[in-house]
Design a protein around this ligand. Structure first.
Ligand code: GDP
Length: 278
């Protein structure tokens, strides 16, 4: 993506007019870095000598990223429970499947729960993934209580000693308080059996700054432990990862890079930052 290396080559190239600065700032904004962050980068770049540019900007970017642990809990002597939440269409179900494939590659056993009982298609989609990946999917009756599916799944995960339980929840709009209440109920019933280790919010990278607004509103209702940033393959504007961590102070744990089961990567912040400067 090399966003900064290209821009900085221009700065190092010599005298920069105010038009050039404006152009550089626009390019940063177009990368989904956000207007405020882009302005900050420009102000740093204007202050330092050319040879200090990379170090100065890199240290600002590092300070924007979350210091929280990005790894999932592992090897507890009980199932590790992961709740997948987000707005419909962001890639919740696909990310649930990809995370399953990721854990299976690490020889972990995974039980899935299709708690989106409102959308028959969502349940079917997860079942199809379950068949493909060879993992069991706990479901309930169509339009049934999602909390009851979650309860059954937690009981089964515990009784059968699965390593992980991943629960795909109904996609909610932040405006629908009923759905948010229901998410709270899903949480409470699971916690009767197992602690919830992770609540991962799925955000579609192609929605840019809008995705950040969505995430922040979401966080007012649910305690999120990490983000899955999907569709990074479809977004040339990699600034979104920096912007969303800075704004939400929540670590990106995984990025989605395609529609296949293998298209999920643990987010490596050092690699990501290096990529911006390569
Ligand atoms: P949900 O409604 O949030 O459960 O969303 P889905 O999992 O059904 O995903 C919506 C669409 O986005 C599907 O067509 C997925 O294949 C696609 N999708 C999900 N993640 C990614 C990704 O990382 N990259 C790409 N290119 N497409 C994705």
């Amino acid at each position: 993506m090399a966003l900064f290396s290209k821009l900085f080559a221009k700065i190092r190239g010599g005298a920069i007019s105010s038009g050039d600065w404006a152009e550089i700032e626009e390019t940063l904004i177009a990368s989904d870095l956000g207007a405020k962050n882009a302005a900050e980068i420009i102000s740093i770049a204007k202050k330092v000598k050319a040879e200090e540019l990379d170090t100065a900007v890199l240290s600002a970017l590092e300070s924007w990223l979350s210091n929280d642990n990005r790894a999932l809990a592992t090897n507890l002597n009980r199932p590790i429970t992961i709740l997948i939440v987000g707005v419909n269409g962001t890639g919740k179900t696909t990310s649930t499947a990809k995370l399953t494939a990721y854990l299976k590659r690490e020889n972990k056993t995974v039980l899935l729960a299709a708690a989106d009982t409102f959308r028959a298609a969502a349940v079917e989609q997860l079942q199809t993934w379950g068949n493909r990946l060879g993992v069991e999917v706990v479901t309930g009756p169509s339009n049934g209580d999602p909390a009851s599916v979650a309860f059954d799944a937690a009981s089964k995960a515990k009784a059968d000693s699965f390593d992980y339980l991943i629960i795909d929840t109904a996609g909610r709009l932040h405006t629908k308080s009923g759905l948010m209440d229901e998410l709270g109920k899903v949480r409470r019933v699971i916690e009767k059996t197992l602690p919830i280790d992770e609540v991962l919010l799925v955000v579609d990278a192609t929605t840019g700054q809008n995705g950040i607004v969505q995430a922040k509103i979401f966080m007012e209702s649910v305690a999120i432990t990490g983000l899955i940033l999907t569709k990074m393959d479809g977004s040339a504007r990699g600034g979104i990862a920096l912007a969303i961590e800075r704004e939400t102070k929540t670590p990106i744990k995984f990025i989605g890079t395609g529609e296949g089961a293998g298209d999920l990567e643990a987010f490596d912040s050092t690699r990501y930052l290096n990529g911006l400067f390569q």
